[in-house]
Design a protein around this ligand. Structure first.
Ligand SMILES: C[S@@+](CC[C@H](N)C(=O)[O-])C[C@H]1O[C@@H](n2cnc3c(N)ncnc32)[C@H](O)[C@@H]1O
Ligand code: SF4
Length: 431
């Protein structure tokens, strides 16, 4: 009789399911209110020499109808200054705990380039002054959208030493963009791409989505070709997830591709990008430059300090963040609470016992660097099922096969604990 893991895998593979983007464990929907823990206690016994610094800037010009990220469309810019002041205060708290221990920097959102050039300069000045974070030495990366870039901002980011700029293009088809409430046009795309290319960032990434409403294999091929012909040396290709409370989830009819059509779009991309000289790094990431990343950050072991409302922090045994909300007025409340907070206390998150830490280690290992053979011993049923389906291969390391990479979200989900599964299932969205 097949194990429950084999049955779960079979059902998901047959449905060609996209159960959700697994890039960390546990998912934020498993976080809950906690009795207060001081940040001093949370970080006391942590290795603090190789941390990832993540800064969240939760502001955008519009709410795209596929997006459930923690972000606000502010009616005016008056919230930016107090938000940056709160970030400075939060950095000041951590400056005493982590004087200079960062090997990576990522500025995400929302749309970080919603900020003006002077505001960006202030943010990077604070990161350097208070936490010793230098974008050049930490492979500093920032996310941007075409509608928020201008020559001054792009030049400022280059001067500040940003090493990687990631541009959310999503599609090169105007109808597809308008169908998901991305109201800017190709002039913005083309101008942004030219400005970024001229500034000469070492790494320039473009995000595209496949499975958009109205998208066909032909229009996807067109978007891919535009990205291949662009100066970008990295691509992130995301299958569309239709998430609760988003504009797409509320639509009564959606002219969206089926999961099997989405899988064909993935196969097309893998083929075309290989022919165009790209190397596939993960299910989503493709790179055209040959250089391997000199990586002194180890995703399985090293922690992450999240700064800002909506940012997550990871210590070995505690993951924490502000609450995650989707409805605009609730997001605003979380941001206002963040602005008013003293940043000394953690009140929302997830505690990882030894079993949860091991699950996280296995998921990160399988999806990224590979696992040592003995690391499969803790989860024999799961690994037997993955091997029977041809999703992993065993050698010096246990790694995903190309079929495993194609179904990375299904593979990751297999290792979610019963507790995390039930917390996710019981999660109540805000109204
Ligand atoms: C924080 S956003 C990127 C920056 C910027 N805000 C923008 O939209 O241009 C990160 C990326 O996640 C992807 N993404 C967000 N929601 C998604 C969804 N529901 N399904 C698939 N991809 C999604 C998009 O490709 C997006 O560019
Ligand atoms: S996809 Fe980007 S621009 Fe659109 S709402 Fe989400 S974070 Fe903002």
């Amino acid at each position: 009789m097949p194990s429950s893991f084999s049955a779960e895998l079979r059902a998901q593979l047959e449905a060609c399911a996209y159960p959700g983007y697994v890039y960390g464990y546990p998912h934020k929907k498993a976080y809950r209110p906690l009795p207060p823990v001081s940040v001093v206690d949370a970080w006391r016994d942590e290795e603090r020499s190789r941390l990832f610094a993540y800064v969240h800037l939760p502001f955008c010009n519009q709410r795209c109808s596929f997006c459930n990220l923690f972000t606000l469309v502010p009616a005016d810019r008056s919230v930016i200054r107090p938000y940056l002041d709160a970030l400075t205060r939060q950095m000041d708290v951590y400056a005493r705990l982590i004087p200079s221990g960062f090997s990576r920097l990522y500025i995400g959102g929302g749309t970080p380039t919603y900020l003006e050039a002077a505001e960006l300069r202030r943010l990077f000045g604070d990161l350097r002054r208070l936490l010793g974070v230098d974008p050049c030495r930490t492979q500093g990366c920032i996310e941007a959208s075409p509608d928020t870039l201008d020559a001054e901002k792009v030049e400022t980011l280059a001067e500040l030493g940003i090493q990687r700029l990631s541009l959310g293009v999503q599609s090169f088809d105007l109808d597809e963009l308008q169908a998901v409430n991305r109201r800017f046009d190709f002039i913005a795309h083309r101008e942004a791409i030219d400005l970024i290319a001229r500034a000469g960032f070492p790494r320039f990434n473009i995000d595209l989505i496949y499975g958009l409403p109205g998208q066909t294999l032909a229009s996807w091929r067109h978007s891919l070709q535009q990205a291949i012909d662009s100066p970008a040396n990295g691509l992130f290709l995301y299958p569309l997830y239709i998430r609760p409370l988003t504009g797409l989830a509320r639509r009564s009819s959606l002219d969206a591709p089926t999961t099997h059509q989405i899988a064909s779009m993935y196969d097309l991309a893998v083929d075309r990008l290989r022919l165009a000289g790209f190397r596939q790094v993960t299910m989503r990431q493709f790179r055209r430059d040959k250089a391997e990343e000199a990586d002194d950050y180890r995703c399985q072991r090293d922690g992450m300090l999240g700064l800002g409302a909506g940012a997550r922090s990871y210590t070995t045994a505690l993951h924490y963040s502000t609450p995650w909300r989707m409805v605009a007025r609730n997001i605003r409340t979380v941001i206002d609470d963040y602005i008013a907070a003293d940043h000394h206390w953690i009140v929302h998150g997830f505690r990882l016992d030894a079993d949860e830490q091991q699950r996280r280690h296995v998921i990160q290992g399988l999806l990224y660097a590979g696992l040592a053979p003995h690391e499969a011993d803790t989860f024999p049923g799961e690994f037997a099922a993955l091997e029977a389906e041809g999703l992993i291969e065993r050698g010096e390391h246990i790694k995903l096969t190309p079929r495993g990479v194609r179904h990375a979200d299904i593979v990751g989900g297999l290792f979610f604990s019963p507790r995390v599964r039930s917390l996710i299932a019981e999660y109540e969205y805000d109204t």
